[in-house]
Structures are given as C-alpha cells and as structure tokens.
Ligand binder design. Sequence first.
Ligand SMILES: NC(=O)c1ccc[n+]([C@@H]2O[C@H](COP(=O)([O-])OP(=O)(O)OC[C@H]3O[C@@H](n4cnc5c(N)ncnc54)[C@H](OP(=O)(O)O)[C@@H]3O)[C@@H](O)[C@H]2O)c1
Length: 256
Amino acid sequence: MYLPSFSLKGKTALVTGAGRGIGRAIAIGYAEAGADVVIVSRTQSDLEEVADQIQQAGGKAYTFEADVTNKRHIETIFEKLDTQNVKIDILVNNAGMNIRSKALEVSDEEWDTIMNTNLRSAFWFSQKAGERMKENRGGKIITISSVAGHVALRTGVVYASTKAAIIQMTKNLALEWGQYGINVNSIGPWYFNTPLTEKLLSDKDYLNDILAVTPQKRVGELPDLVGPAVFLASDAASYVNGQTLFVDGGMTIQGF
Ligand SMILES: NC(=O)c1ccc[n+]([C@@H]2O[C@H](COP(=O)([O-])OP(=O)(O)OC[C@H]3O[C@@H](n4cnc5c(N)ncnc54)[C@H](OP(=O)(O)O)[C@@H]3O)[C@@H](O)[C@H]2O)c1
C-alpha cells in the first residue's frame, strides 16, 4: 500500500475567519473530509450558519465569536478548548482583510489594523496551537498567504507585506517545529470570488486585467482551494513542510 490517507476523520481543526468566503469553505470542506471544526469570527450569525453546515456534513462544530486582533480573545479560545478537552490537530490561520491605500496615503491606523488582522493574529494562534501540538507530538498549521506576498500587485503595500511575512513566518515555524512532528505550510491564493473581492471582480476592466495574466483564464472557485487545504491538513502531506502552495491557475509561473 502506497496511498496515504487524505481523510480528516478523527481530527479537530480550528479555522479563523470561518464566517464567510475562503474560511467558511475550508471549515465546511474539512467537515466533509471527516473533521470536527472550531470556527472563529466576529459575527455570531455567520458562525451559526457555518456550524449548521458543519453538522449537516457530519462534524461537530464549536463556535467562538472573537476578534483575532485581540490576544486575550485568542488565549480565551485555547483556555476554553483545554477545559473541554478539545485537542486541535489542524490550525488554519485564514482571517484577513485589506484596505487598499496607496503607500503615500497609509495611516498609522490602517497599518496596525491590516498587520494585526493578517499577520499578528496568525502568529499568536500558531504559538498557542504550536505549544499544544508539541506536547501532542504532531499537528498541521496552514496560513493563508496570497500571490500578493510573492509578486507586487495593486493590492497595496501593507497587505502585501503581511502576506510576504506569512510566507517567511511559515518557513521559520517549520524549521523550529518540524522536529515535533508539526507541519507548517501556507496557501497562496490568486483571485477567488468571496465577499472580500466581490466588488473588485464585478469591475469588468479589473476582471479582464486579472484574466489576462491567469493561464487558466478564470478566477478561483472555492472548491479549488478546499482541495489543497484538505491535502495540507491530511497525513498525505506529512513530509511537506515550510512550503507555500500557490493556488493561482498558474499566475505565478510566468516569465515574460
Ligand atoms: N479572496 C481572495 O481572492 C483572496 C486572495 C488571496 C488571499 N486571500 C486571503 O484569504 C483569507 C480569506 O479571505 P476571504 O476572501 O475569504 O475574505 P472575506 O470573505 O472578507 O472573509 C474574511 C473572514 O475573516 C473574518 N475576520 C476578518 N477580520 C477578523 C477579525 N479581526 N477577527 C475575527 N475574524 C475576522 C471575517 O469575519 P468578521 O468580519 O465577521 O469577523 C470573515 O469571516 C484572507 O486572509 C485573505 O487575505 C483571499
């Protein structure tokens, strides 16, 4: 037998920003792959809808209405999970946002909000999960980066900086924690249709610019991302460590 397991049966995953878009798709996809899922966002009504769908897929759902920029909220989530004896096997740092200001117009407040949401939160969630995974001798950590962390795009410098930092953070955590059986990887999506990108993608000129540099000539659909997210969370990816998997229809492979 050579085929390892792609199933997440018996595992528990924590997904941040699971109320909408990519996080929601990954949370429900993980339940479809057999996992129980802990979901985090600031909007209780979104969490309830996603919890219902996780349960319909056969998984147990735990909801936490929390702000990932607040370290105390993160600590509380892990304390509560410890109290309930819920062991996190898989962490997906997905919560993210953007304010597309030009470099000369970036304010202190914008800098802090984007950094704290996209980067700082991913580090503190990783630290809290990592210390428990070290004790448990294993785990998978996946952070959602972006093509914008690899090549310069029109997304704005602060967003791009957070996503580039995630790619490097992934490598450093993989280096430190590989010895404990923890795999730390990242996924770098190109454009996917979600509430975050809805407005941009409805602009025909902008969409045409995107398609012109996308070898597959379409934007991503959420299942396109769930497959790689399940793979990286599964035993099948046990020797994949410190990598960023670009899910981009081939966008980043181009030269001229
Ligand atoms: N969509 C794309 O094309 C694309 C491309 C590359 C990378 N990405 C990355 O993929 C991730 C998900 O993007 P998306 O398009 O799915 O975004 P989205 O549709 O806007 O969803 C973001 C989710 O994160 C939650 N969130 C945001 N700030 C939060 C906070 N401070 N505390 C707790 N939860 C928070 C939101 O819930 P609440 O606001 O209710 O809290 C929501 O559930 C982000 O990291 C994004 O940068 C997306």
